[in-house]
Write a protein that binds this ligand. Structure first.
Ligand code: SF4
Length: 542
């Protein structure tokens, strides 16, 4: 990578950081990134290390960079800290000047009916500003779509991908082809390929035929809607905008079906699931793993060099497998934690062996263990990571503690807000707070993992991967490790913070003892063991 200036000069161009010193490990990390001769630099930097500054400084040193985040919230946080970086979002975030009740994703400008406001179109202006800026902050989804169709952000000297552990899901979602029941009905293809088919191994030809038919029919529908639109004198009515949206939907389906035919192989699988919040079935074709060819074509070919960062990272072989990377092309750096060990102890304290088979005996033991931990933290706020709603409910019923609150999928946010605002010793027991929330200071002073968060084998992708070979097994164990590490981090947000973690399922202890090297060094250095105050019976297979 061609470097235009040193790290101090680059920092001096970032207004909110120019008068601050680099934190410990930041300069050596920047040196590692800028001096590496590999195309992919991976940095595992625990919370508190200051990885956004590392990324932005490297971007300035490279002359131009895209900084990619997993969500719009993170994009906004980043540009608040780095106003020199220009943020750009998807079209549906900008008001359309032709009809202010609409957004730019329903752009009604056509050749026969060009938009009179095109020169002042907010999305077009913002995009032009981002293209001209040396630092751009984009989200994964937007970058992937842009890179595939317009390519205006491709070819930068450096692309930084933050929270890279979330990239695989977005990339698979981008490559996958999905049909709702309604779409299949509109295409006249309601029966679809056989619902029994799971992998493409036996039915690749029929899948391709299906994709080809979907492609043709989508294009036919989109073309006939386009003709209808061209016959409008002016686009002003709501139903005309609905037509535009419908046309775009079928063009999109056409593009995706084409992509599917070009890329589907015997290693793809088909899933039939129910869309969240509706009873509509969705049929999805997706690769079991992102292959190097898919990754190169959809992402890696779009920039010269990459910096991939996260606070929690899968082990290198698994990480490379999930993102279609050749390990020989990857330089890897694990940065130590800057948080004092004594402020973040991890107690492995197995009080029960929790598997689906042993739940009846495990739940009373879990409840006893949790009560013991409550006695150690009589006045503090804490969280229990509970893995599933049914387990949370059963444990809460067994505990009968007025400290515990649980929630349903519907009232999650409301209960979580109540927990955060409460000033007493409330403890939230939840299956969905292992990521994405920051509970600093007294908001969370202890975390209890009550069950090893292994992915569900009912999920076809999980079972297919697990039984696909040694790397699948390693991925399965590492995904559990990543969840535990993420969940423990919810209450430890800065150097001056403190949070005690308890891992009370024997299955976590077992996984840890079998493969300690899968777990980050900074996590392992904080681990100690405590004997359970009673003996529990290990069932067969546990
Ligand atoms: S070009 Fe005109 S119609 Fe299209 S999004 Fe912009 S303002 Fe709206």
């Amino acid at each position: 990578m061609n470097i235009l200036m040193d790290a101090e000069q680059a920092k001096s161009r970032l207004s909110k950081f120019k008068d601050r010193e680099f934190r410990i490990h930041q300069q050596e990390t920047i040196e590692f990134v800028t001096q590496s001769d590999k195309r992919f630099r991976v940095v595992a930097m625990p919370t508190g290390g200051g990885k956004s500054l590392v990324g932005m400084v490297c971007g300035v040193m490279a002359g131009q960079a895209n900084y990619l985040c997993s969500t719009k919230i993170l994009q906004n946080q980043l540009v608040a800290d780095f106003p020199e970086s220009k943020a750009l979002f998807g079209r549906n975030n900008y008001e359309c000047l032709m009809d202010r009740s609409k957004f730019c994703d329903t752009c009604a400008s056509t050749e026969s009916n060009p938009c009179q406001y095109a020169d002042s179109c907010i999305y077009r202006i913002e995009k032009a500003k981002a293209i001209a800026s040396p630092l751009r902050t984009l989200n994964y989804k937007y970058f992937l779509v842009e890179a595939q169709f317009s390519g205006r952000f491709s070819g930068t000297p450096l692309t930084i991908i933050d929270e890279v552990d979330a990239l695989e899901g977005t990339l698979i979602g981008h490559i996958a082809l999905s049909f709702t029941e309604r779409s299949l009905f509109r295409l006249g293809m309601e029966s679809g390929p056989s619902r029994k088919t799971v992998t493409a191994k036996d039915g690749l030809d029929s899948w391709k035929e299906f994709g080809l038919e979907a492609m043709k029919r989508s294009l036919d529908i989109a073309s006939s809607i386009t003709k209808e639109i061209e016959s409008f004198d002016k686009i002003t009515e709501d139903w005309q905008f609905i037509k535009l949206k419908e046309r775009d939907h079928y063009y999109h389906l056409y593009e995706r079906s084409k992509m599917f035919i070009d890329n589907v192989t015997r290693d793809w699988i088909m899933e039939c699931t129910e869309r969240q919040g509706s009873r509509q079935a969705v049929t999805t074709f997706r690769p079991l793993w992102i292959t190097p060819e898919l990754a190169e074509s959809f992402l890696w070919a779009k920039a010269d060099n990459f910096l991939l960062m996260s606070a929690t990272m899968l082990p290198k072989p698994v990480f490379c497998k999930t993102l279609g990377l050749d390990p020989d092309e990857v330089d890897w750096m694990s940065v130590p934690s800057t948080f004092p060990i004594e402020r973040r102890p991890i107690h492995i304290w197995p009080v029960a062996s929790v598997t689906n088979k042993t739940l009846d005996t495990a739940i009373p033991q879990l409840a006893k263990g949790i009560n013991e931990i409550f006695k150690l933290h009589p006045h503090q706020h804490g969280i229990c990571q509970g893995v599933s709603y049914s387990l949370c409910k059963r444990v809460a019923d067994e505990l009968k503690s007025d400290r515990i609150i649980i929630h349903t999928p519907q009232d999650r946010q409301e209960v979580l807000d109540r927990f955060i605002e409460s000033k007493d010793n409330t403890v939230i027991l939840s299956p969905s707070i292992e990521r994405g929330i920051s509970l600093e200071g007294s908001k969370c002073e202890f975390v209890i993992w009550i069950k090893a968060p292994f992915l569900s084998l009912m999920d076809r992708v999980v079972s297919q991967r697990l039984y696909s070979g040694p790397i699948g097994k390693l991925w399965y164990k590492s995904s559990m490790m990543l969840s535990v590490v993420q969940g423990c981090g919810r209450g430890m947000r800065s150097k001056s913070d403190s949070c005690v973690c308890y891992l009370i399922d024997y299955q976590i202890n077992k996984a840890y003892m079998e493969n300690p090297s899968l777990w980050p060094d900074w996590f392992r250095e904080a681990v100690s063991w405590t004997e359970a105050p009673w003996e529990f019976k290990l069932e067969n297979n546990s």
